[in-house]
Every structure is written in C-alpha cells, then in structure tokens.
Unconditional design. Structure first.
Lengths: 340, 340, 340
C-alpha cells in the first residue's frame, strides 16, 4: 500500500507543505523516520528530531513554526496527535484482512445460535445454548462455555475464556488468555481448620465497548453479577474479584487488583499494580496512583490517592520527602536532647 | 426448577414463618430480591434491606426478631449463613449438568490410563503414560503433559496446563489458564555476563482438595518437588516459585507471590499482592497483610505481619500514623531548634 | 538409566573417593538423599547434611575437607555447583524424549514455511505466511498468528500465544500461556469522557536465547517495536508494555511490570513485583529490589534501588529503620517540647 502525501492530507483534512506527489507506505516514529515513512510531531520534547528525521513527511499542527530547515515535507492539520491516530486507524483497517467463516476443526454445542459474518477459528470451542452476535470474531483456542451471550462485533482473541453464562456486550475486545467468569474465591472455614468452597452461582456482565487485557481474570459473582460497565478499559494481568463493579469508562492499568464486592465509579483511573481491598466504594473520577493500596472508601469525586495506604497525593509526597531524610531528623532530635 | 418454602425449610432443617406453599426458583441478594427469589440475612449491616426486599422469602437465624413489618416469608434456621451456603451447594448440584464422555476431536497419548466417568472435552490434550482417576473432568484446551497423575474427582478447567510429571491429588479444582509445573526460574551466570538455564528436573505435587486459581503459575522444582499440601486454596494470578512448599489449608489471595524454596506453614493466610522472598519459613497460622513484603522467616505461630517490609501489624499502623504527619513532626523539631 | 560413579566422575572431569563401581540413577538434594542418588555440596550451610545423607555419592569441591566420617562416596571436582548443573543438563538431555513430527489435528495456514525437524503438536495453530525455523518445538494449544517468524531451535510451550507479525529469535523458550504481541494499552480520551482505542500497529521483536515465563504478557508497540534483546530472562506473570526495550542479559523476576516506552539497559536485575513507570531509562546493570517502584530514570550504571519510590538501598534501609521506631521519635519530641 502506497499513498501520495496529497492523498494523506485529504484524508486528514490538512494541507501539504512540500511535494504532494511523494509517496509513503509506512508509519514511523519521528526519531526512527526513514524514507517512505510518515511521522507526526505533537509533543515539544520531540521537536529536535524534526530537523534530523529521514521520514518523507511529518504531520504537524497548523500553527507550528519550525526554527530551522526541515528536510521532510510537512502535512499541516488542526491537531497533529488526533490526525495521527486517525491515520493509524485507517492503516489498521486497510492492513487487517477480514476474518470470517469457519476453520476446521472447530466445536459448537447444541442449541447455540450464531449470527452472520462470524469468524470461528480452528480449535475454537463454543458450548451449548450460547448466542453469538453478528460479526463476532472467535480466534483459535477461544473457549466459550454453556449459555454465554456475546454482542455484535465483539472480538474474542486467542485462548480467551468466557465461562458459563457470561454476558458480553457489543464491540468488546477480549484479549488473549483472559479468563472471564472463573469461580470467585470464597470459602467457609470448617471446625477442623479446613475450608469448604462456597458455590459461586452468579454471573459476569460486560457492557458494550469493554476492553479486557491479556491474561486478566474476572471472577463470577457469588450471587448476582460482577459488572464491568460500558466503555471500561482493563489492561493485562488485572484481577477483578467476585461481585466487583467497574463503572463506565473507568481505566485499570496492568497488574492492579480489586478485591471482592468493591465498586468503582465512572471515569476512574487505577494505575498499575494498585490494590483495592474488598467492600469499598470509589467515587466517580477517583485516581489511584501506581502500586497504591486503598483500604477505605472514597466519597469525594475527583480525589487522587497515592502511597502505601492510599493517602492524598500531596500529603504522601510531603511525608515521603521527610521519610527519605528521617536519619537527619533523628539526628536533630538527638542534638536537642543533648542540649536539654 | 421450583421449590416450595416448605421444601426449602425441610432441606435446611428449619421452619417457615409465613405461607409455606409459596414457590421460589432463584437465589437473590437481599438488596436485589425480587418475587420468586429467596435471600438470606446473616450480617447486621443488611437488616434494613429485610424490610424493603421484594424477595419471596428470607432465611434468618432462629432468634432473629424483626423490628418492623416484613413482607417476605421467613425461614428460620440455626445459622442463616451456613444454611444459605448449603442451599447454594444444593442449587449448584441441581443446575450442573453432569459432564462425562469424550467430545471429539480430543487427544490421548500412548500408555495413558483413563478411569471411569471421565469427561474429556473437545481439544483437550493428554500426553503419554498418564494416569487419570475416576470422575475427572477435563475441559476444552486443557493440556496434560507426559507422565502426569490426576486423582479421582479432580476438575481441570478450560486451558489449564499440567506440565510433564505433575502429580495432582483427588478432588482438586484447577482453574482456567493455570500453569502447574512450568520450569523454575534458575540461571547460572556465565563469565561473559550471560546466563545459562539450570535444568529444572523436579516435580510439582498437589495434595487432595487443593484449589488453584485462574492464570496462576506454579513452577516445578529444580530438584525434588514444589508441594501444595491438602486443602490449600490459591486464588488467581498467584506465583509460586520452584521448591516452594505451601502447608495444608493455607489460603493465598490473588496476585501474591512466593519466591523460590520458601516454606509456608499450615493454615496461613496470605492476602492479595503480598510478596514473600526466597528461602524463608513462615510458621503455622501466619497472617500476611495485603501488599505486604516478607523478607525474614516467621518463627512464632499465629503472627500477623503488615507493611512494606512486614512489620507486626500494630507497630506498622502506629508508625504509619506518624508517617502521615511527618511534616508536623518536622515542624516541631524546627521550632525546638529555634528555641534552643 | 544407571551410571557408575566412575562414569559420572569422567563426565565431570573429577575423581572418585570411594567405590567407583557403585551405581546411581537419580539426582537428590543432599538433605533428601537416598541410596541410588547422587547429591552435591556447594553451600557451607549444607555441610551438616553431608554426614547424614543416605545418598550413594556426593559431589564436592577438590579442596573440601570433611570434619567427620562420611558414608557417601565423594566425587571431587573443580566447582561442585557448576559440575552439578552440568549433570542436571546431561540428565535432562537423556531423559527428554525427542519431540518431532506432526500430531493431528493441527492447523497450518497458507504461505507458511516450516523448517526441518519441527514438532507441531495436536491442536497447535499456525497462521498464514509464517516462517518456522529448523528444530522448533510447538506444543499443544500454542497459537502463532499470521506473519510470525520463529528462529531455529526455539520452544513454544503449551498454550503460548505469538500474535501477528511477532519476531522471535533462535533458541528462545516461550513458556506456557505467555502472550507476546497483544495490543498495547493506549486510548485517546474523547470529549464525552469515553476512550477510543489507538490502533497498535507495531511489533514485538525477541532476540536469540530469550526466555519468557508462564502467563507473562508482552504488548506490541504502538508503532515501531517492543524489543527484548539477546539472552534476557523473564519470569512468570510479568507485564512488559508497548514500546518497552529490555536490554541484553537483563533478568526480570515474577510479577514485575514495566510501563510503556521505558528502556532497561543490559544486565539489569529487576526483582519480583517491582514496578517501573513509563518513559524512563535504566542504565546498564541497574538492580531494582523486590516490590520497589521506580519513577525516575537511572543514569549511573550499577545503581541499586529499593523501597516504595525507589531510593538507594542503604538510604532506604536507614530511613525504614527509623520509620519502625517513629513512635519513639515522636515521644522524644513531645518530651523536648514539654521541657522547652
């Protein structure tokens, strides 16, 4: 696939500064740009690379004024970053070979209804009494248990597992190796010190446009449902326990964990390796820092928390700055004691 | 499936207060109860829902005295919580369609012995010279390497992997995507700065009634065996390294990790995201808090540890309370220095 | 397989002290040694076991002088530890049945080229236009997406997933359930509070002799490539985000995570559960302690960092020692205030 800079500019609603007939066939990072590639410049930090890049063209904002000579042609657009992501999307759509039809051997149980334009890869497994929406893509080694419902346009990637009775909305993207609907971790202690598993008879329900990362685990509810609402984006290796609720458009980064029955509001941001204990509520737009532990509910929307036991960010940073110098503080106290 | 309240009361050894001929077909949380559902009340926090629930019936303790009018029928039992888990178990057994027989295509290597009533799903793989006990359920995409032994009644869920020569006891439950018996992480540094893998020729041995969570990893021993003893319950995304020993009835929550050659006693509780370094011993009934790091052995049974480097819980909480106010403490010291 | 002590000594370039015609068939830990087993002694801590072990023979260093009577025969070598790992390697090679050929059913797409001596297990899936080097072993349920290239001698274990266009070097070992080349976690916030996925069109490139642990996830780059260089060793359940670079011979232990676009130098050691935020550089030979968070670049090669926000190790330990005694320090300040 090769496009002229004029074609690209037209797609992006922009204008070419330089030779519009030049051809590009690749998207490059500006610092790694090579002839035949097109890059973008949206962050000031990367301006110096503009004067050195070998990329054929660079997408810049309308009002960008170079301070030195630029060898690359420029494509001026309203917002360079947005234009570039549009270009990425167009590129991906063109390069993505349309998957559909059935590869053999594949398995589909009795009573299951499959929509139109569905891709069922070799070694994909669909249980009984499922409902698979139109245009769903089911990759190799995907497992879909009995009674699962999947909305239109959803992608179930290689080796992803939807356990029995899980409900997935439309246009979701379930990444490789994710497990949705495994048993919740609940046990009744017995008198002899052993544990008896409490049956987990609930469900998992995912809204539309939910994204689940690779090897992430989402447990079914003990009763009722574990819910991930519309547009939530979950990264890799995240743990969401039984009866958790993740609000719409909340983002959870890799290796974070949420314990049982906690409810996260809408538009929260949970950074990597954060941990949230059970039975809490986080208000809408709560931000939880990396590796931060949260052990109390957050009632005020828009709160930012950080640190080992989830302090407010400023307070934590101040206290930690003194923590680093505790030996000095201790020394001062010793001096004072001597004097006293 | 529909049952009268009389039938339910009989099953639970309880008595009905209200119309025993009413029918229920579903288990509901009390706060989400709807007609046709039965709920339970075991935690005082939930008492207010009793007066509002639309559930047909609620299971309560013998001596519970409502303070206001209750619309739901009551089923009085000795222990409401235990009764409800009994009901969950009965419900699950009834709703669980018995899996057995062989779905095709499935794979079974030479020299393998398969017991009676075994379920072998489509795309399940069993290697050579294995021994599969009676009533074992092997779900789709499960992988069972050469020489593996599995005790009676064990469940190997979708995409779980038992690598070569792993030994699994009876009535274990190995959840989706778990990997048991992958190579331990051991390398001999070479003079040129590179590393050479140390062959990991040991095993993993699981006792009876062991539970392994989804996408959890348990490494084989370098030599000898990594052991998880009877009744231990391991949650999702847990890492157990080579030559680790987990004592009987020990519980490990999600995303915790235990480094090589550490031994955990019996009836320990390790909370989520905790980390235990290598070559330690934890005494029986040790409790390790969430996200707590343990870098020393624990000799006294029943110890509770918490905090970044595993302090005793009370000590950590006291120190952390002051940590939060370090700026104040620093200010006081400055004042004292001025005065001195 | 049975070998005389003479044969073992010859293999290890050592000499027998005792009856060289005795036979061994097993490698035992010295504390668990039984007749017919051979052990080694490399760590002083284990010397007491030498006088008690029932192993037939023990490998010791040339200059080791027992203080009491030893029942086992000794095999004296230059370096007992190295000799023992050589023995492990020889043992593994002998006991490993050579895997090759194709088990059915397996799947291989159009345009894919497969080298000589390749093992393709039942239920393994190879997409279109791939290149599979000589001697590659592809285990059951492994998934290899379109356009993937795999170098000679590499092992793709059960259920490992190489997404489209991933490039894997020679003699790599990709463990069970690992996901290489899943989409990076990148989203453009929309005006209505929702997020739009940024297409991830980049690759993952693994050098030769790279080791990836079980259920580890390595995301493809947004553009360009996520790179893991020659000889790097990655443990289980590790997260490497889009555009991360891991330098040659760097070791990353279990459950650690590296956020997007960070670059780790050569010969770094990242301990378990450590977290490294995005867009950082770590110099060569950086050591990061267990559960340590790194939020700033490290410019000086050979730096060791530890603690919640990645302090230097000594500084952290000093400050933490005082942290533990903060109540005492606070008390002293109160006393001083009273006196003042």
């Amino acid at each position: 696939m090769e496009f002229s800079l004029e074609q690209v500019a037209q797609l992006l609603n922009g204008s070419v500064e330089g030779d519009g007939s030049l051809k590009v066939s690749r998207l490059d990072k500006i610092q790694e740009g090579k002839p035949g590639g097109i890059s973008f410049l949206a962050n000031e930090k990367y301006v110096p690379y503009l004067y050195e890049t070998e990329a054929t063209a660079v997408i810049v904002s309308e009002d960008f004024a170079p301070q030195r000579k630029v060898n690359a042609a420029l494509i001026r657009v309203k917002n360079a970053y947005t234009a570039f992501t549009d270009l990425l999307t167009a590129y991906e759509q063109l390069s993505q070979q349309e998957l559909s039809g059935v590869e053999e051997p594949s398995y589909c149980g009795e009573g299951t209804q499959v929509g139109e334009g569905v891709y069922r890869a070799a070694f994909s497994y669909i249980g009984r009494n499922c409902s698979i929406g139109d245009g769903v893509k089911i990759y190799p080694h995907a497992y879909i248990g009995d009674g699962v419902k999947i909305g239109a346009g959803t992608i179930i990637r290689a080796g992803a597992k939807l356990c029995k009775e899980v409900i997935v909305g439309a246009y979701c993207d379930i990444h490789e190796g994710a497990v949705i609907g495994s048993d919740g971790f609940g046990f009744a202690p017995q008198d002899d010190g052993s544990y008896k598993a409490i049956p987990q008879i609930g469900q998992v329900i995912l809204g539309d446009h939910v994204r689940i990362g690779a090897n992430t685990t989402v447990d079914r509810a003990t009763m009722g449902a574990t819910r991930i609402e519309e547009g939530a984006k979950i990264d890799n290796l995240v743990q969401l326990a039984h009866n958790v609720v993740v609000g719409a458009h909340t983002v959870i980064a890799a290796q974070a964990g949420v314990s049982g029955s906690s409810t996260l509001g809408k538009n929260c941001v949970i950074a990597g390796q954060a941990g949230i204990v059970g039975h809490l509520n986080l208000a809408d737009r709560t931000t939880v820092g990396a590796s931060t532990g949260i052990s109390k509910s957050v009632n005020k929307p828009g709160t930012t928390l950080f640190g080992y036991m989830g302090m407010d960010l400023k307070g934590f940073l101040k206290a930690y700055a003194i923590f680093k110098k505790l030996p000095e503080l201790q020394e001062k106290v010793k001096e004072l004691e001597k004097k006293a």
